[in-house]
Ligand binder design. Structure first.
Ligand code: GTP
Ligand code: SPV
Ligand code: MN
Length: 660
């Protein structure tokens, strides 16, 4: 497999005449035939049911303005129909970008360029007129690790030069999409322009997309999203297997204008602009202005054996267990867990003062490796229909494989790794470790509605009421299995102090090292983190509101290199304790970090021997170190801008540690 990685944008390109609502490339994107062209046997078209002239003036203006810059060969407005999707998927197969997985129903495999496998953080920008609206001011000579800012006008110039002609030889798709149930007061609409068919097919799974959105939008305002893989095609030029443009990569948010511009990547959060760019970065800024929250959180409904139901939201950094917890299969009899969402929560107080959450997404873009019948049976029950897999391995019987599925593939199949290594199963254990079958950040893109435990109210336009907010991360030492924040202010401090081991979800960091990831939002803040803290602190003063309790969990504590806690379905044992705390049960005692379970109040029945003492050990030296790291981080990153309440919580924490 060869992947063209030279910079095509540098070569001079002929200007291709524009055709509206027209045909699609035949084979490799080299020839274009308009829909109206006569005698074109053997050519397949997307029947464009929406013409540019059908669009509301604002939408049409947005499209036409960008046609001038991007210079696509065709424009297609997506209606979201299944016929359109079938044509899209057929086209993707014809150009070799998707492979059908015959073992399953309507499932496909995409393999990206090895240069385009995860989010990029260093090339992600927030552009506001004033720098301090985007990022906190660090102490002198300290580099900010809380986002990248650039002047919007300067960035506009840069992006315009990248976008000039960047869709030449390609079709520009216009994707109207809604984040949140169509028509809900809590939902927001965006329109994404893209030259990637993979993005179109994925956005159809991840968002509510198509004609219905235009009907709801009418001539209203929307988030303007422009995306190009940055790989124009000149007449006759052969397309890359996975077009992208690493050298010119940029993911840009303009919160003051509700605009997003993304160039050079076709992968996940870089290119499905409804997800991180819109539902987190842009939405968090809108939320700040309107008094609500847009967070990197799963939403889960929990019903106890007595039939009482509560919803919880949980923020864990990327690849740290949100999808797993969102679909948890409880190991304690009588409990029921139901999934509302696995990645993003939009939360707002209603008239009764309850914090109501919606999942703005329509699908899961979940980490594949580690997913199996043991760890996440509900994901396994979701993903083998109508799913696009990306960068997983394939099997000779038309199925998929990744690390964690060893016991679930037939013994006689051969495996082709994501990088194309045939008979991968015959490699030595050392080779398998060096060259995993699936990329560690390989993913499934699958409809939420297919989840066997999807919550009956997951699309309720009013949202679901949140009783508890959890923070968590991968902490091999120091941090106990669970603790409760002493107060809302303390909870905000707990979120602000989060650290977790780096994972493969972003390509910028070496896996394993402990990284600060406040609120699991470090890569996704749409505005200054210091202002974000003030916003969280302020919420409790909204008249008449009932604040959720805040907890911190850690499934990842290790002893002798092994996880101590069994995790996954057994996490219900911790959720059971949290549930009881929400009901005010006297099952907690104080510790320097916060309230921990009184001895024997975590249900460990049937677990076998488990070293609970190690899970709650908090050596004074380690806590001292923890406090010192927090202080250093706040002082260096926020310099003078640490909210007084957070500073006070830090001082109190230090005092509790000293008193040990
Ligand atoms: P993003 O989609 O990147 O935001 O991540 P996510 O938080 O949804 O991550 P996901 O749930 O897919 O986590 C994936 C990784 O966490 C896999 O390697 C899982 O095996 C591991 N994991 C999830 N839950 C547990 C747990 O309870 N214990 C342990 N040890 N590992 C877990
Ligand atoms: C994450 O990295 O947190 C994800 C995957 O959920 S992506 O959509 O690629 O950002
Ligand atoms: Mn995520």
């Amino acid at each position: 497999m060869s992947i063209v990685s030279s910079d095509p944008a540098l070569s001079p390109l002929p200007r291709t005449p524009l055709r509206l609502a027209g045909g699609l490339p035949t084979k490799t994107g080299s020839k274009f035939i308009p829909r109206t062209s006569p005698a074109t046997t053997g050519v397949r078209y997307l029947s464009a049911s929406i013409q540019l002239t059908d669009l509301a003036p604002r939408v049409r203006e947005f499209v036409e303005e960008h046609v001038k810059i991007l210079r696509p060969a065709n424009v297609h407005v997506c209606d979201g129909s299944s016929e359109e999707n079938q044509s899209m998927v057929k086209l993707l197969q014809d150009i070799g970008r998707l492979k059908k997985l015959d073992k399953y129903e309507n499932c496909y495999l995409a393999i990206t360029s090895p240069e385009d496998v995860a989010r990029v953080e260093k090339q992600t920008y927030v552009c506001t007129t004033k720098k301090e609206d985007s990022v906190p001011t660090p102490a002198p000579r300290v580099e900010s690790v809380l986002g990248n800012w650039k002047d919007p006008q300067e960035m506009d110039k840069e992006m315009e030069s990248k976008f000039q002609g960047s869709m030449e030889g390609r079709t520009m798709y216009v994707i109207p999409f809604s984040m949140g149930p169509l028509g809900s007061k809590l939902s927001k609409i965006g329109i994404q322009l893209t030259d990637s068919e993979y993005v179109v097919a994925s956005m159809r799974i991840m968002t509510r997309m198509g004609r219905g959105v235009l009907d709801v939008l009418k001539d209203g305002s929307f988030v303007k999203c422009v995306h190009s893989v940055g790989y124009p095609l000149s007449e006759g030029q052969k397309d890359a297997e996975w077009p992208c443009n690493k050298k010119k990569l940029a993911i840009v948010q303009y919160p003051e204008r509700n605009e997003i511009k993304s160039f050079g990547s076709g992968y996940g959060g870089n290119s499905l602009l409804g997800k991180k760019c819109f539902a987190l970065r842009i939405a968090s800024t809108i939320a700040r202005d309107e008094g609500w929250l847009a967070e990197h959180m799963l939403i889960l409904g929990l019903t106890n054996p007595q039939g009482v139901k509560k919803y919880i939201a949980a923020a864990f950094p990327s690849a740290c267990g949100k999808t797993n917890m969102a679909m948890l299969t409880p190991t304690i009899p009588g409990w029921k867990a139901e999934c509302v969402g696995d990645d993003i929560a939009w939360m707002r107080f209603n008239e009764e003062g309850r914090l109501m959450a919606i999942n703005p997404e329509n699908g899961f873009f979940g980490v594949a490796p580690g997913t199996n019948t043991g760890s996440n049976p509900n994901a396994m029950g979701t993903i083998f229909r109508n799913t696009i897999f990306t960068n997983v391995a394939s099997t000779s019987d038309g199925g998929v494989f990744w690390e964690g599925l060893e016991k679930e593939v037939p013994a006689d199949v051969s495996i082709t790794s994501w990088l194309g290594t045939k008979n991968w199963e015959k490699l030595t254990d050392h080779e398998k470790k060096e060259k995993p079958a699936a990329h560690p950040n390989s993913r499934f893109c699958t409809p939420t509605s297919q989840c066997p435990v999807v919550d009956p109210d997951w699309e309720d336009p009013r949202g679901v009421p949140i009783d508890a907010i959890l923070f968590g991360g991968r902490r091999p030492r120091t941090i106990p299995l669970v603790y409760e924040a002493n107060s809302w202010n303390h909870g905000v401090f707990v979120g602000a102090s989060m650290r977790s081991e780096a994972t493969s979800a972003a390509s910028d960091f070496k896996k394993g090292g402990l990284l600060h990831d406040p609120f699991a939002m470090r890569p996704f803040f749409g505005y200054n983190f210091s202002h974000y803290l003030q916003h969280w602190l302020r919420l409790q003063h909204t008249p008449g509101v009932q604040m959720p309790k805040i907890f911190h969990v850690n499934w990842f504590r290790k002893s002798d290199g092994k996880f101590i806690w069994p995790g996954f379905g057994d996490n219900i044992r911790v959720l059971d304790w949290i549930f009881r705390r929400c009901d005010g049960e006297d099952v907690a005692q104080s510790s320097p970090l916060g309230l921990i379970p009184k001895e024997g109040t975590i249900n460990t029945e049937g677990l076998g021997p488990i070293d609970m003492a190690s899970l709650f050990q908090m050596p004074k030296e380690e806590l001292r170190e923890e406090a010192a790291v927090m202080e250093d981080y706040f002082e260096k990153q926020l310099s003078g801008d640490i909210p007084a309440e957070v500073r006070q919580e830090l001082e109190q924490f230090k005092g509790r540690v000293d008193a040990l």
